[in-house]
Ligand binder design. Sequence first.
Ligand SMILES: O=P(O)(O)OC[C@H]1O[C@](O)(COP(=O)(O)O)[C@@H](O)[C@@H]1O
Ligand SMILES: [Mg+2]
Ligand SMILES: [Mg+2]
Length: 351
Amino acid sequence: MPKVTTLGQFIIEKQADFPYAKGELSRLLRDIAIAAKIVNREVNKAGLMDILGQAGSTNIQGESQQKLDIFANEQFISALTSGGECCIVASEENEDIIIIDPKDRKAGKYVVAIDPLDGSSNIDVNVPVGTIFSIYRRKDFDTPPGLCDVLQKGTEQVAAGYIIYGSSTMLVYTTGRGVNGFTLDPSIGEFCLSHPGMRVPEDGTIYSINEGYYMHFPKGVKQYIKYCQEEDRATKRPYTSRYIGSMVADIHRNLIKGGIFIYPYTAATPSGKLRLVYECNPMAFIIEQAGGRATNGDKRILTIEVEELHQRTPVFIGSKNMVIHAEEFMKEAIELSFAYDENQGFPFAVD
Ligand SMILES: O=P(O)(O)OC[C@H]1O[C@](O)(COP(=O)(O)O)[C@@H](O)[C@@H]1O
Ligand SMILES: [Mg+2]
Ligand SMILES: [Mg+2]
């Protein structure tokens, strides 16, 4: 019988990689995994329960909240609050950071930013959804925990991961030493190592972007899409277009098969749609650790200054060579843009 390594065993083994750590990060990851199992249980039977559909409320971004958005948010906050390792939770679903009142006057070392349910518009139709998390060490231990502990650049992350609730449920995470994936075995209720040392292929043939917004895309993106669609055997084009509409699921597929995921700025969303702190930074950390690349079309996502909790950014992420190529299209379009084009207008600046 093949040896099974559970997430718990794996974390303990990896503890040796962090001789200075006292096990708090391991406990934090374990707490996240427990909340993920509870959310998984509810997602799996959502159709049978009264938890599909909209909750009738909106979050800080003005998006209507699904019942499962709220349920997942409560589960992760509760697991992180009772765990004791975390002093702040920043969530897509809460306008402000949540400061956890330390039970024993000693605040936890870690800060967690979370998108409790990613792709929530897909819940009602049985399409994969996810959870994204990002972990930072507190910035300043001399002052009480506050927003400055959250507004750190992506390069400061100590760990990041996602859970995909799909045809199977997987937890994928990195602590900066590669990426490992664990599949939930429902018969034993444990995440088991199934994808050790995940690497994103350097080249790919899948492009993922919401082409419904094509008319509103900047010129460089339009030209890159045209390039993907052109016929050329040598470069295996036309590429395949795949867009689920759940960032976690789209990036997970491209991580395994090779591909690029783009959510650019548009006229309607000049800063892009996706959020830097709890969507793009964690996914960028994972993809870079798997050998891929993540930028805003120009600049590495992980080095973007974080000024606001719910800050947005355009994102180009996935197979290294595909992202570099898309960036070249962006640069060329901007360089050629000094002549005003009556039909296209000026392309927007990236920064
Ligand atoms: O419907 P659009 O505009 O293509 O946006 C899809 C994107 O929005 C998101 O659903 C936003 O995430 P939330 O569901 O967490 O708000 C991403 O998962 C996805 O990539
Ligand atoms: Mg999301
Ligand atoms: Mg969400």
